[in-house]
Design a protein around this ligand. Structure first.
Ligand SMILES: [Zn+2]
Ligand SMILES: [Zn+2]
Length: 253
């Protein structure tokens, strides 16, 4: 039932498989029966060069896709009202994915402690609010998803920490933000990473998103071919949540 994937990295992102070309991705997704995708490398991959952006657009054209291929970008909030991408750079892309929690990158505001779930909760909601308020944001990616690389917990510890963090998020404050996201037509990403990292605290969060009429963006955040396939891990969760086509976010044409 999953027919789109709007968060995919290519070899241009330094953190992705260096053989992951646009052509390979398109072919692979076509074979999987995916109908629409988005190529979304990190903004810093382009080094603010228009030429690099145009070359990436050209590569999509040359791949001559039989499916719909959008050209987006992944950017991050550094703090409130400060983004890694400029408005000028953003204007070259079909859509901007905004990451509120890229703590592994330089310049991104950090929680006071990575060991105190209350501190992490306060910081996560602050960064989420910042991403929702940013005029360049089209969709917020992996909100409230804790990366094992950053937190350095075992799987079980990270899962328990995630639950505890989510309990510390003030509901009224979160609902207010979801209503803003809904009004603005922003997507909120749901990613198979929540299964890979055992982040089941997010199920309640997505229930709330759907209750508040927020559209969900399906994104694998794949950095290699295997992770493209992992999108199927989401199927049981989407089913549990009762997600249908009408709940999904798509880039504007
Ligand atoms: Zn990211
Ligand atoms: Zn990404």
């Amino acid at each position: 039932m999953i027919s789109c994937d709007y968060h995919i990295h290519t070899q241009l992102s330094g953190c992705a498989d260096n053989e992951l070309s646009v052509k390979k991705i398109i072919q692979f997704q076509q074979d999987l029966g995916i109908e629409a995708i988005g190529i979304t490398d990190h903004d810093y991959s382009y080094k603010s060069k228009v030429k690099t952006i145009q070359a990436a657009q050209q590569a999509i054209k040359e791949a001559d896709p039989a499916i719909k291929v959008h050209f987006g970008v992944e950017s991050q909030m550094l703090e409130y009202q400060v983004t890694s991408i400029t408005i000028r750079l953003a204007s070259y892309f079909d859509y901007v994915l905004m990451a509120p929690n890229h703590y592994h990158l330089r310049g991104v505001a950090q929680p006071r402690s990575f060991r105190d779930p209350r501190r992490v909760a306060l910081h996560e909601i602050y960064m989420f609010e910042a991403a929702i308020a940013c005029p360049m944001t089209d969709a917020v990616v992996h909100p409230f998803l804790l990366s094992p690389n950053v937190f350095q917990f075992s799987d079980e510890e990270l899962s328990a920490f995630g639950q505890e963090m989510m309990r510390n998020i003030e509901q009224k404050r979160l609902i207010y933000q979801l209503d803003l996201a809904s009004q603005r037509g922003l997507g909120i990403e749901i990613s198979p990473k929540m299964v890979r990292y055992n982040q089941l605290h997010l199920v309640e969060f997505y229930k709330l998103c759907l209750e508040r009429d927020v559209k969900l963006l399906i994104g694998s955040d794949a950095h290699n071919l295997k992770q493209l396939e992992e999108l199927s891990l989401l199927a049981p969760i989407l089913e549990e949540l009762g997600v249908t086509e009408e709940h999904l976010w798509h880039p504007k044409e």
